[in-house]
Design a binder for this molecule. Structure first.
Ligand SMILES: Nc1ncnc2c1ncn2[C@@H]1O[C@H](COP(=O)(O)OP(=O)(O)OP(=O)(O)O)[C@@H](O)[C@H]1O
Ligand SMILES: [Mg+2]
Length: 224
């Protein structure tokens, strides 16, 4: 999937104050690449990822997906893209506490109308791939943070998306677990040819990325 933004802007209004979280930013990723976005806390990384992941709407500017202006899409078309073509790994995981690990990974496939046997087989396989084969009946709160991160990645892969967008995927992890998650994202990019976009502070994750952007006060800059 090709994603491009043109002068993308997102302004939050809180009371009388106005926060320009993303400011006229131009971003571009091509198919099957690995891109990192680096910037200090509050610089606009999550806001930017939520916009390109179609979880939010810009205040100004455009988001193009495969050259289609996403402002022209209906709510239904946006939901379809989010469900089938984009796998989103949230900064806070957003796992459902009342569901088991297995059910969390099955959920996007259930929403996509896949048969329940296929949901189960795919979820078991994906959880095995992320090293959680022995934890499938646990609830999220019974897992370590690194394990929750893996469930979130397995869930993001459930409908075999073209792009994975991960918001600080190693943010809460010790360095060994962080390296395992970086390896996992690298393998997904290499082997499945999935486009990977991460927001991160992690130097090791930055090294894996072929394209690097920095963001500061909502202003995005291409480094390489
Ligand atoms: N829903 C919101 N309403 C109002 N202001 C917001 C909202 N979400 C974010 N902001 C503000 O927008 C700016 C960018 O926030 P954002 O969460 O995108 O930063 P970030 O780079 O992801 O930070 P971090 O590294 O801490 O996750 C910050 O100043 C933040 O306070
Ligand atoms: Mg953030």
């Amino acid at each position: 999937m090709k994603i491009k933004t043109v002068d993308l802007t997102r302004i939050y209004h809180v009371g009388a104050s106005k926060i320009i979280a993303v400011n006229k930013s131009n971003f571009e990723v091509s198919k099957s690449t690995f891109t990192a976005i680096v910037g200090p806390s509050g610089s606009g990384k999550s806001t930017l990822l939520n916009l390109i992941g179609l979880n939010d709407y810009p205040t100004a500017g455009k988001i193009l997906i495969d050259n289609t202006d996403t402002s022209l899409l209906s709510g239904r078309e946006r939901r379809k893209i989010r469900l089938f073509r984009i796998g989103f790994v949230f900064q806070t995981f957003n796992l459902l506490a009342t569901l088991s690990v297995l059910e969390n990974v099955e959920l996007p496939m259930a929403l996509a109308g896949k048969p329940s046997k296929e949901q189960r087989e795919t979820a078991v396989r994906l959880l095995g791939n992320v090293g959680l084969g022995g934890r499938i009946h646990h609830r999220p709160k019974e897992l370590s943070v690194g394990e929750m991160q893996r469930v979130a990645i397995a869930r993001a892969l459930a409908n075999d998306p073209e792009v994975i967008i991960a918001d600080e995927p190693t943010g809460e992890l010790d360095s060994k677990t962080a390296e395992e998650i970086i390896g996992l994202l690298f393998d997904i990019n290499r082997n499945r040819k999935t486009t990977v976009i991460v927001a991160t502070h992690d130097e090791k994750l930055v090294k894996v990325a072929e394209t690097l952007y920095t963001i500061r006060d909502g202003k995005l800059k291409l480094k390489h």
